[in-house]
Design a protein. Sequence first.
Length: 219
Amino acid sequence: MIKIGMMIGDRYEVLEKIGTGGMSDVYKAKDHKLNRFVAVKVLKQEFSENANFVSKFKTEAQAAAGMMHPNIVNVYDVGEEGGVYYIVMELVEGITLKKYIEKKARLSVKEAVSIAIQVSMGIECAHNNHIIHRDIKPQNIMISKDGKVKVTDFGIAKAVSSNTITSNVMGSVHYTSPEQARGGYSDEKSDIYSLGITLFEMLTGRVPFNGETTLQRYL
């Protein structure tokens, strides 16, 4: 159980909760060893005893820790303490692309292309390391206060040992590629498809398909 003010790993002081997702919660913390602020992603307690979820959580850490790129949120540390599984990441002061789109309604072509290029560079780094993100969407793209764009949350990313891997429907429905929706093969092109949907949303303020129509048109 994570509480504000507690220490994790005799090093990270939990300061405040800054986000939550389907599998984990994210806290702002202070690294007392290096005297800097970090983000600590903690697997939700209801999943910590599930071997499948723990495996996915560890996969995220292993996948992201192998990459260093200015357009990817860096992973600093990973650990487990008293049944609490956590990942220590770079703290990005800013907002998600999703919130940014909601704030501006729609982006100019110039700004949308600039963001898309930065996301593409982060994805390219992952693909060069044989890692498919599989959940590219505005909620998983951070824009820092100084305008830098970073891809985060490799929660369902997996290192691939061949050109393609079999996948289940894992990404968010509005951004899921046809091959993912069918539960078939997915590869690097699946991320490119999801980036295309994200670019569409940046320019129009909406996704091209609403509700469950994305899945319905593919199945």
